[in-house]
Design a protein around this ligand. Structure first.
Ligand SMILES: Cc1ncc(COP(=O)(O)O)c(C=O)c1O
Length: 401
């Protein structure tokens, strides 16, 4: 029999890393030995004590029973688009030109980038930041142009760094606010400065606002597109985080800016949207009930996360060799490790010895010479407390050895 030839994967997959999931492979191996695991690595609220609101679930079940089980419209069902538009207007976004519903915010990000950039061009992305952007840009053969968030300034985007990194091949600036992995909430002044750079240099702004309702300390959220009617902006959001339904895979993009500026770009995105038919059809029926219905769950979620955030910051900062900026939103913290070995080794040895799973900072990008790890503070106080005690004891040994 002829030996089958190995199937060679495409080169474009070579540089794609996804540390958030990569660490799971390692953890699974440890878990298989019977060790007790403490998972502080996955941003999925439904794995912990958070549940999708009943009325959001009911809307999908009702849609299925009503036979909305065929393909949906490519841009999304009209009632969902109306509700998304009304909410965006309430946030102060005025020059809305298009709204499209997608398979999670992830697909909206993919569509917005795919329709915009060519190989040889580049996109400014925050470092540290969510690795999906790099993965998509890699697939497109487009260069990531990293700009830094300033840890000494509460992880605010470094506006001077953004201005310095724009070149004649730069097409867009990605903003993730609140950010994953730092949990930092950008202030209005910084956001305005980013919009000013985009206006001056003719860039599209892609703003990922998936955590915009998970904000602590009663701080006011500023939606980036509300700061200018003149800059082309695509705002990403969805049901995954604030409505505790990541498995619905429902997200969206809102395109704003002057009609004549964004018209061709919108048509390019719609070509891609038509080619992939539609987002999950029944799931789209949850959008209007979610955005316009009872938000009682959100108060409880934010209160719970605030307690867990406070505990995280307090316990981690009490550890010798760790400094942690307090997150303003989302459910992530990105503590700094004062160690002289790579954080990938720290995370790998930590899970092996203690069963505590965190993602190393290198998976999100970080300033050269610095080491971090990301914790997800979704788990219960009891789990977090045990995990942080184990981290404290482990770090002492790690530093000594
Ligand atoms: C910053 C950010 N954007 C997008 C996503 C993906 O969202 P979705 O589930 O809507 O695809 C995540 C998920 O963790 C995220 O952290």
């Amino acid at each position: 029999m002829k030996v089958p030839m190995k199937v060679q994967p495409a080169k474009r997959t070579e540089n794609i890393t996804y540390a958030v999931r990569d660490v799971v492979v390692l953890a699974d191996g440890i878990a298989a030995t019977g060790k007790e695991m403490l998972y502080l690595n996955i941003g999925d609220p439904n794995l912990f004590d958070y549940r999708t609101p009943e009325h959001v679930i009911a809307a999908v079940v009702d849609a299925m029973k009503a036979n909305h089980c065929g393909y949906g419209p490519s841009s999304g069902i009209p009632d969902a688009r109306r509700a998304i538009g009304a909410e965006a207007e309430a946030k102060g976004i005025r020059a809305i030109q298009d709204i499209f519903v997608t398979t999670g915010a992830s697909e909206a990000i993919d569509v917005a980038l795919t329709a915009l950039v060519n190989p040889g061009e580049n996109v400014l992305v925050p470092v540290p930041g969510y690795p999906l952007y790099g993965a998509i840009l890699n697939k497109l053969g487009v260069q990531e142009n990293p700009y830094y968030l300033d840890e000494s300034n509460g992880w605010q985007p470094d506006v001077a760094d953004i201005a310095a990194k724009v070149n004649d091949k730069t097409r867009a600036i990605v903003v993730i606010n609140p950010n994953n992995p730092t949990g930092s909430l950008s202030d209005r002044r910084t956001l305005q400065a980013i919009m000013d750079i985009a206006a001056e240099r003719g860039l599209v702004v892609l703003t990922d606002e998936i955590y915009d309702k998970l904000i602590f300390d009663r701080r006011k959220y500023v939606s980036l597109a509300s700061l200018s009617d003149d800059v082309p902006v695509v705002t990403f959001n969805g049901l995954s985080k604030a409505y505790l339904a990541p498995g619905f895979r429902i997200g969206w993009g809102i395109v704003s800016g002057p009609a004549e500026v964004v018209g061709e770009y919108i048509e390019a995105m719609n070509k891609l949207l038509r080619a992939r038919l539609s987002a999950h059809h029944p799931g789209q029926y949850a959008i209007a009930p979610a955005l316009e219905g009872d938000h009682a769950h959100l108060g409880e979620v934010v209160a719970k996360l605030t307690r867990r955030r406070d505990m995280t910051v307090q316990m981690l900062n009490a550890i010798d060799g760790i400094d942690c900026v307090s997150p303003g939103g989302a459910f992530y913290a990105f503590p700094r490790l004062h160690i002289d070995r790579p954080d990938s080794e720290f995370a790998a040895e930590l899970v092996g010895e203690t069963g505590v799973v965190v993602v190393p900072g290198s998976g999100f990008g970080q300033a050269p010479g610095t080491q971090h790890f990301r914790v997800v503070f979704l788990p219960s106080e009891e789990v977090l407390e045990r995990a942080y005690r184990k981290i404290e004891a482990f770090l002492k040994k790690f530093k000594a050895g």
